[in-house]
Design a protein around this ligand. Structure first.
Ligand code: SF4
Ligand code: SF4
Length: 440
């Protein structure tokens, strides 16, 4: 299911899968307050003998299976943590050597690496550039905002080290994207964050991640919540600032998430469209045109990206690394068998099968699909459980962006397949005499 059957490649059916490998598990050299992964060290019982570092046998087995399990012109490896650069440059040189050993003729192998950037230096960046790695660099905005939560183990902010990494990535022409957590603080400063990423970091691609964690997330797996514990949309205890909030205090509220996206979107669409790449906005434009959303969180089904721990344990998704969602281990099952397994298919289709009535009837279902099931822990006003915590924010953003996206698509000769102003509805009369950008 996460394997897409497409056209032929090399005379056989095309076959693709994707895994986020965590060769150092949850181990990290810094200690961000909101990290959802640090607690996995206890949950997955690393302390009971599982080394947090993927050994050579597991690494080679993984690389071989990952390549053998696919039949496409390009195979993309994703390395995440914890902090993978703690493994040292030699470890990644070994990864590239294993990849070359198993690389089929005519197939390109690519890598992406998620990092906090604090350990990068000239040698690292030269290697990353030479081997065409795509880097995902975590940075939360200007110094004060970044340093509030992204601290080292002594509690000091990591901003200066990350900005050094930005400098090095530019210097060595390493391809990179920025990953910015939208939390209770950054959400209140959307333009400061956006302009900083655009003008100072000169981010080639901006990815924003809403921070949503229930207080029980360290021990309770997603969707193992009791329906009776789910609060109704609009309940004050869903606000991170409430004294009895059910979410962690650093989370973004649904409203603040919508307001953040709207503020950034308005600046982007009036000044930067075509020049600055903001992943959510580019993806939204695609969905308005009638294409599939390339982002899993806003797509129709899950299950397209497994996660693998250092001992070879494989889980349904990076956000579902809990014992209940383990699908196997590469020392006992092949990766592609796990990817095709009935369990994984069930997990993937559950995203669309379990939509609330509110989502099924929503004007923006085409763009949202109920968002990530990890965040579906509230009730609709009618009392139905399983609505997304961020629903109010997403709906506010989509309603706001609808007209502007339709306008831009029409002005550029593209179809408007969805939304209140779709070609079918024909309700938007675009007059070419109206100067662009106008207030939408
Ligand atoms: S659970 Fe969330 S993060 Fe995982 S595949 Fe589904 S939408 Fe994506
Ligand atoms: S905006 Fe809300 S109601 Fe609409 S699809 Fe998304 S989560 Fe469901």
């Amino acid at each position: 299911m996460l394997v897409t059957q497409g056209p032929q490649f090399n005379g056989k059916a095309s076959k693709r899968l994707h895994v986020m490998a965590k060769p150092i598990g949850a181990a990290c050299n810094i200690d961000c307050t909101y990290c959802y992964y640090l607690s996995k060290q206890d949950l997955l019982e690393y302390k009971k003998g599982c080394s947090p570092k993927m050994d050579d046998d597991t690494l080679e087995t993984y690389i071989r299976q990952y390549i053998e399990g696919q039949n496409t012109p390009e195979i993309i490896f994703s390395w995440q943590g914890g902090e993978p650069t703690m493994l040292g440059l030699e470890y990644f040189q070994k990864i590239v050597a294993f990849q070359k050993k198993y690389q089929p003729v005519g197939v390109k192998i690519s890598n992406d690496l998620q990092t906090n950037g604090t350990l990068l230096n000239d040698e690292w960046c030269a290697f990353l550039a030479d081997n065409h790695f795509l880097i995902g660099l975590s940075i939360d905005g200007p110094e004060l905002l970044h340093n509030t939560y992204r601290t080292n183990k002594a509690g000091r902010g990591t901003f200066k080290q990350v900005m050094k990494a930005v400098e090095l990535l530019h210097k060595h022409k390493v391809n990179f994207a920025t990953l910015t957590c939208v939390n209770n603080l950054t959400s209140q400063n959307p333009l400061e964050v956006y302009r900083f990423l655009r003008d100072v970091v000169k981010s080639p691609q901006m990815q924003f991640i809403p921070i949503v964690e229930q207080k029980t997330f360290r021990t309770t797996a997603p969707q193992k919540w009791q329906p009776q514990d789910q609060l109704t949309q609009g309940d004050a205890r869903l606000n991170p600032y409430h004294k009895d909030s059910v979410v962690e205090p650093w989370c973004v509220s649904a409203e603040a998430w919508g307001d953040f996206l709207i503020a950034v979107f308005d600046e982007w669409i009036t000044k930067d469209i075509g020049k600055v790449f903001v992943q959510y906005f580019e993806a939204s434009v695609e969905t308005w045109m009638g294409r599939k959303n390339p982002l899993c969180t806003l797509g129709e089904i899950c299950g397209k990206g497994l996660a693998m721990e250092p001992n070879g344990d494989v889980f349904t998704c990076d956000h579902y690394v809990y014992p209940e969602y383990k699908v196997g281990n590469i020392h006992h099952q092949k990766l592609d068998e796990m990817a095709y397994s009935p369990e994984q298919q069930k997990f993937g289709f559950a995203k669309s099968r379990n939509l609330t009535t509110q989502c099924q009837q929503c004007d923006y279902k085409f763009a949202c699909h109920g968002e990530c099931p990890k965040n579906r822990f509230i009730r609709t006003q009618e009392g139905e459980p399983g609505l997304n915590y961020l629903c109010a924010g997403w709906h506010k953003f989509f309603s706001h962006a609808d007209k502007a996206i339709a306008y831009v698509l029409r002005m550029t000769g593209n179809p408007v397949a969805h939304g209140q102003y779709s070609d079918e509805r024909g309700t938007l009369q675009v007059r070419r005499a109206q100067a662009f950008p106008t207030k939408f």
